[in-house]
Design a protein around this ligand. Structure first.
Ligand code: HEC
Ligand code: HEC
Length: 272
């Protein structure tokens, strides 16, 4: 999972961008194009925060150290927004942060800018942090993922979330909520998976991601109709133990949907 983090980070960024763009639903079920814009695919702050929580507990590996065992401050037990401001005004503070958002971001990117007393590397007299920079190997979170975690850390104590949602993809020109340029139709299931960034969140083909359930053996767990329903309306049924962050794909054509559904419905789609 770690060696894939970089590409996945990019894919997550991409899919979040896709998810935040409003499209119409012209091709689903072969219906005539509707003229009303359907904004179900829009990325909300709530799903962005849910993504942050998922990354904090999963791919970010934060809870390996930030837990009740005392290896690092347990961020879930205190108001990180309030504490951030205390850190910035501490005489030991070496960083450039001005508010809680920039402090949290800096803590993840340059952990040694401020080292919480008693938590420094042995012998460094609390001048060097044992925490790895989270944008570097092995954690390698993308900018969007780091922002999602900051949003989650602000939200968890009821503080104002100052992080901006990732912006919509500039390439997707819109006019009155209608996409002007349609991306080309995918030719096979692998292209559908690539086009809609499924691998950003799911283990599928040769990539690994634990944000959503593995799709390599989804054909063993779900009937073909359930797979189709999970993609058409992800919110209808949420797989246990996963956050409700799977986006809708309003630009997916019926034939793209059927290609990927048929592919996933095979007992195992895992590659050798
Ligand atoms: C290998 C252990 C380790 C991992 C993994 C780790 N941290 Fe840390 N972190 C620490 C330690 C130790 C400190 C305290 C020393 C310091 O201030 O740098 C710390 C400090 C922090 C602080 C500042 C806390 C304060 O009270 O000022 C924040 C915020 C933070 N980490 C966030 C994160 C996030 C978010 C992740 C996951 C993306 C993460 N950390 C992953 C060990 C870790
Ligand atoms: C932003 C992350 C994300 C993306 C992108 C994404 N999914 Fe998901 N998906 C999830 C999560 C999280 C779940 C589990 C929660 C739920 O059921 O909604 C899920 C559930 C599913 C399920 C049900 C699996 C089960 O075991 O119940 C299927 C099937 C599925 N996704 C297919 C796809 C396909 C196909 C694509 C690309 C067209 C895709 N997903 C893109 C996050 C994502």
């Amino acid at each position: 999972m770690k060696n894939l983090a970089k590409t996945l980070g990019f894919s997550v960024a991409l899919i979040l961008l896709f998810a935040s763009v409003t499209y119409v639903l012209p091709q689903m079920k072969g219906e005539a194009p509707v003229d009303k814009a359907v904004d179900v695919g829009e990325l909300t702050m709530d799903s962005f925060i849910a993504l942050g929580e998922n990354l904090y507990n999963g791919k970010g590996t934060c809870t390996l150290c930030h837990n009740q065992l005392g290896r690092a401050p347990d961020l879930l037990t205190f108001d990180v927004g309030k504490v951030s401001l205390e850190r910035i005004s501490d005489s030991q503070y070496q960083g450039k942060a001005k508010d809680s958002e920039s402090y949290l971001r800096e803590s993840m990117l340059q952990p040694s800018a401020y080292v919480v007393k008693g938590f420094g590397k042995k012998g460094s007299n609390d001048t060097e942090s044992p925490m790895p920079a989270v944008d570097q190997a092995p954690i390698q979170l993308s900018e969007v993922e780091i922002s999602a975690i900051v949003a989650y850390l602000q939200k968890k104590d009821g503080n104002a979330v100052t992080v901006a949602l990732p912006k919509a993809a500039p390439a997707a020109g819109k006019k009155d909520g209608v996409a002007e340029t349609k991306p080309p139709q995918a030719q096979g299931p692998e292209e559908v998976i690539a086009k809609f960034g499924c691998a950003a969140c799911h283990s599928i083909l040769k990539t690994q991601s634990a944000i959503g359930p593995s799709l390599n053996d989804v054909g063993k767990r779900l009937k073909i109709d359930q797979i189709r329903a999970s993609i058409i309306d992800p919110k209808a049924e949420i797989a246990k133990g996963f956050p409700p962050i799977m986006p809708d794909f309003p630009t997916m054509t019926v034939s793209e949907l059927e290609m990927v559904v048929k592919f996933l419905a095979q007992p195992t789609t895992a590659q050798p």
